[in-house]
Design a protein around this ligand. Sequence first.
Ligand SMILES: *[C@@H]1O[C@H](CO)[C@@H](O)[C@H](O)[C@H]1NC(C)=O
Length: 312
Amino acid sequence: MRWIVSTLVGLAALASAFPAHTVQRATHQHDFGCSTEPSDAFLAVAKEMSRQERGFGRLSAANATIKVQTYFHVVAASEALEDGYVTDTMLADQLTVMNSNYAPYGISFSLAGTDKTVDASWAVDGAELAMKKKLRKGDYKALNVYFQKEIGGNLGYCYFPDSVSTGSDDFYYDGCSILFTSLPGGSATNYNEGKTVTHEVGHWFGLFHTFQGNSCSGDGDSIADTPQQLNATRGCPVGRDSCPGVAGPDPIHNYMDYSYDACYEEFTPNQVTRAYNMFNKFRVNGPVASMARRAPIDLDVSLAEIEAGKLD
Ligand SMILES: *[C@@H]1O[C@H](CO)[C@@H](O)[C@H](O)[C@H]1NC(C)=O
């Protein structure tokens, strides 16, 4: 408890460095191109958390739990399945996949509501903020998932957590948009087992891609137990090692890579610790989980110090 409180104080300086309207969008694409990068400020928050997490023990599902109140929003161009009007069975299966993928880490999703909207513009993400102002539900720790017909050629996109005030535009932007064909039973070949949501919700919990930074050196994803990775994985190439000079093969089975759904299997212990810390810091007003850990390190650091590399 004491450690968590200290963390909140110590990171306050970092949070205030966030510009007012910079909720960060992370995109999951079929093909490579320009996916929005996390801001320098958010990368610095992750790096500082990583530094503090070095002394952490393994987080066990037995004594750490996050229950996420979840809202599903179907936004289709018509009531036809091919226009995005997914079936209740697909939605139920999607929830099952989320719960089964996150259960080993003590994280569960309870469906608090489902709505279906027919709007030709919203279905193709033509008015994101207007749509979300109408549909978003719950507080900042509630997960809103929008299943849409088309989202700019992407499988999904989501927003990293941030310090936002309830009712602000950034508050409304929060949530994940998902291509409807990626739901279980959908038509997105190789990406239709519902794990795009698992990946995007990882971003919602503050996790980066395992190939963040696209380099075999540097901070990468600021997660200690994911091997350095040069670039995204396609398919499921067992043994792939994009950074041969660095320990470990690529984490191709990690939910935060870009592998096929059938290849996705896990988050690492440090990613889970990070998800809890991000959730505690940004999404609730106080810790929701206790974690196995050692004594805290000095937390009173400034963003300037971090950016100057003094904390490496
Ligand atoms: C990853 O980088 C390597 C080396 O530059 C390159 O050959 C390969 O095509 C890249 N892979 C992807 C998926 O971009």
